[in-house]
Design a protein around this ligand. Structure first.
Ligand code: CP
Length: 307
């Protein structure tokens, strides 16, 4: 590994991304065993710091750490001294004084994970920092694409939704482009960065054109908390222009692969009938999330055989 931490996919090498994904497949095999546990991180201490809500990422990291036999501590800001005004720096330095090997952190502020590397010398894994990056989500998305198609290079991937505020979109763009996929983003014009083409992606405003072109689409959650502040004026209008409905997919007569990072707003960005169909690989993404997080923790922290 060239990387010491996993902050994002923007600044890590193609080789490291490949290694995370390929080792993820080895751990996926461990998850299919009757006893789903390896001793690779025995004696390592990992703290999961979640300053923002999470279901999938939090459970997935905890499970990955347990499957690797690490000792884990879960920290939730809502029941901590953060509520009494303690700063991120003091919180981390106090935890670090207890001899922590790795910090997995989700935080609402973009750049908070990189900031953490200045405070402690533990391995830092970003579990989502505001609108910046969500690297393990992109790794699990790419692993799921590789599992389905047998490759990533030259795949045509459409990402649909609020690109501007999405850490999932940004990490996927950095990772997919490095691995040689072709990426188009699609969404309301005011929710796509003006300079997004600088990241070697194309912009398509018509979702039907995107579906015609793509091998797979990654449908982003419409962040309902942003409604009422004028960003998405109407759910009904969004669904009409960008919603992935059964009818819309049927019109294209092609078996496109449908992905979603979760949590899903059923009936808004995607219909239940699509999310629950054979075209959707959403639950494969969730399982691969555990495997790829085992891979990340193992490669950054461990040096034992995969036995
Ligand atoms: N995909 C994802 O990050 O989901 P959570 O917010 O539930 O962790």
């Amino acid at each position: 590994m060239e990387s010491k931490h996993l902050i994002g996919l923007e600044n890590i090498s193609k080789n490291d991304i490949d290694e995370f994904i390929e080792t993820g497949f080895l751990f996926r095999e461990v998850l299919d065993r009757p006893i789903k546990r390896v001793p690779s991180l025995t004696g390592k201490n990992i703290v999961n710091l979640f300053f923002e809500n999470s279901t999938r990422t939090k459970i997935s990291f905890e499970l990955a750490e347990k499957r690797l036999s690490a000792d884990i501590i879960n920290f939730s800001s809502s029941s901590s001294s953060v509520k009494k005004g303690e700063s991120l720096k003091d919180t981390i330095q106090n935890i670090h004084a207890m001899k922590i090997d790795c910090v997995v952190m989700r935080h609402p502020i973009p750049g908070s994970s990189i900031q953490l590397t200045n405070y402690v010398d533990s391995v830092i894994v970003n579990a989502g920092d505001g609108t910046h990056e969500h690297p393990t989500q992109a790794l699990l998305d790419m692993m799921s694409l590789k599992e389905h198609f047998g490759k990533i290079k030259d795949l045509k991937i459409g990402i649909i939704g609020d690109i501007l505020h999405s850490r999932v979109a940004l990490s996927n763009i950095f990772g997919l482009v490095k691995l040689g996929a072709k990426v188009k983003v699609c969404g309301p014009p005011h929710l796509i960065q003006k300079d997004i083409k600088d990241l070697n992606v194309e912009v398509e405003y018509d979702v039907d054109n995107l579906i015609d072109w793509a091998d797979a689409i990654n449908v982003l959650r419409i962040q309902r908390e942003r409604m009422g502040v004028g960003i998405i004026p109407s759910v009904r209008e969004y669904r009409r222009f960008f919603g992935i409905t059964s009818q819309r997919l049927a019109n294209h007569k092609k078996n496109i692969v449908v992905m979603h990072p979760g949590p899903i707003n059923r009936g808004v960005e995607i219909d239940s009938s699509v999310a629950d169909s054979d075209q959707a690989i959403i639950l494969d993404q969730v399982l691969n999330g555990v495997a790829v997080r085992m891979s990340v923790l193992y490669l950054l922290l461990g040096n034992n055989d995969l036995k």
